[in-house]
Design a protein around this ligand. Structure first.
Ligand SMILES: Nc1ncnc2c1ncn2[C@@H]1O[C@H](COP(=O)(O)OP(=O)(O)OP(=O)(O)O)[C@@H](O)[C@H]1O
Ligand SMILES: [Mg+2]
Length: 391
């Protein structure tokens, strides 16, 4: 017999946990109230129920979950840089920038794609003296299969993008350029230098994995997720460990958003019959600060559109107020741990059904469970059997 995930306050065990993930589930509560532990315990039970879950783990806290398949950025997984748009690249590398830099970065990516796929060179594309017509023909020959490029060359390539015609009668406007635009390069130098530094850092070498390493096999993260979505296997818990980027929350946000968007697209293209739950701890950290960017965020897209293709999300956060209001309203299921703030409670749609004094008296590991169309239950979360061994 497996241990019970929840024991209801009157002593009756809650044997079936699947209703918790039949809708999007929000787990809230003050720090130390038990959110992560509860989520791990829920995942443990979902494993027993053979329910498919994908955990995006920015801190590495979920690697303790037994019987899961773990892909860890920097160890056995990487992200193909060509999956990111120029804008996403800039965000992932945390380069501030203007429209000019964004345009130039997009051009640099194109030039590097030509180098890698048509010229088969590991060097940057030198644009000085190249006829525009030649370049356009090369661009036209690139296709979807030739998207890959060498991200480590981006900073050097960026310099090659700042080329202009001669400023006198020698000017030839049929060429991409004849000399470096040194003034603009100097003006953007700080950003170019930061970009070079970021690309050389350990974190980004781990993310994009540009170096060959004979004998070591790494898998592309989007590929991992796609395989997991399409093929049923006995191990139904996938952990994507992004802790290699721990110091770069913005980058984690971009990567998480991208993976989730691709996951949703994969599901929409190939609807499958088994449901999948996606878990993200401390979700507020990985949402855009600006509410206008919400529509473009992968977390929000799955919350809004995932259910019709069998995708549900489990998010945890310390305060519902840290979540944008438009996102907060997507959760039909709630697990409320210890909370003392009336503002936080009233930000949730169910505020009038819940008594704050009840929630403020909950101890660690206790919570109020509110499921769609069901009456609320006070629960005490049991630790899984394997818990002690991990301590
Ligand atoms: N159901 C439980 N039974 C026994 N101990 C628990 C339970 N839930 C949590 N704890 C203990 O309480 C401590 C805090 O729990 P946890 O890390 O899950 O809280 P949290 O809400 O995720 O905190 P944070 O916001 O800081 O991430 C842990 O040491 C954990 O072992
Ligand atoms: Mg936690």
């Amino acid at each position: 017999m497996t241990e019970n995930f929840f024991a209801i306050s009157n002593g009756q065990p809650l044997n079936d946990v699947t209703p918790l993930v039949a809708h999007h589930l929000l787990v809230v509560g003050q720090t130390g109230s038990g959110k992560t532990t509860t989520t791990l315990s829920l995942l443990d039970q979902l494993q027993h129920a053979n329910y498919t879950t994908i955990i995006l783990d920015p801190t590495g806290e979920y690697s303790k979950l037994p019987n899961s398949v773990t892909y860890k950025l920097g160890e056995n997984a990487y992200l193909e840089a060509s999956r990111l748009s120029a804008h996403q690249l800039r965000e992932a590398l945390q380069i501030q920038g203007n429209q000019l830099l964004n345009d130039k970065l997009a051009q640099a990516v194109d030039a590097l794609r030509i180098q890698q796929n048509l010229v088969q060179s590991k060097q940057p594309y030198v644009k000085i003296g190249v006829p525009i017509a030649t370049y356009q023909k090369q661009l036209a020959r690139l296709s979807d299969w030739s998207r890959s490029f060498a991200p480590q060359n981006l900073a050097a390539q960026l310099i090659e993008e700042f080329v202009v015609p001669f400023a006198d009668e020698r000017a030839d406007y049929s060429l991409l350029g004849q000399q470096y635009d040194r003034q603009t390069i100097n003006h953007e130098w700080n950003l170019i230098a930061t970009l070079r530094q970021r690309l050389a850092s350990d974190a980004f070498r781990m993310l994009f994995d540009p170096d060959p390493h004979p004998g070591l096999f790494k898998t592309e993260l989007n590929f991992v997720i796609k395989m997991f979505l399409e093929h049923r296997s006995s191990h139904r818990t996938l952990v994507i460990d992004l802790s290699a980027l721990k110091r770069y929350e913005e980058s984690q946000r971009v990567v998480i958003s991208l993976l989730l968007k691709n996951l949703l697209t994969a599901r929409l293209q190939k609807p499958n019959n088994f449901p999948v739950n996606i878990v993200l701890d401390e979700a507020h950290r990985y949402l855009p600060k600006d509410e206008h960017q919400l529509a473009d965020n992968g977390i929000f897209q799955i919350l809004r559109e995932g259910r019709k293709v069998g995708l549900s999300m489990t998010l945890t956060t310390q305060s519902p107020l840290d979540l944008p209001a438009r996102l907060r309203s997507q959760f039909a299921n709630l697990l409320l741990h210890h909370m003392t703030s009336p503002e936080e409670l009233s930000s949730l749609a169910i505020a009038d059904e819940v008594n704050l004094s009840k929630i403020s008296k909950l101890s660690t590991g206790e919570a109020l469970l509110l499921l769609a169309n069901e009456s609320q239950k006070k629960i005490k979360v049991n630790l899984p059997k394997w818990w002690d061994k991990q301590a």
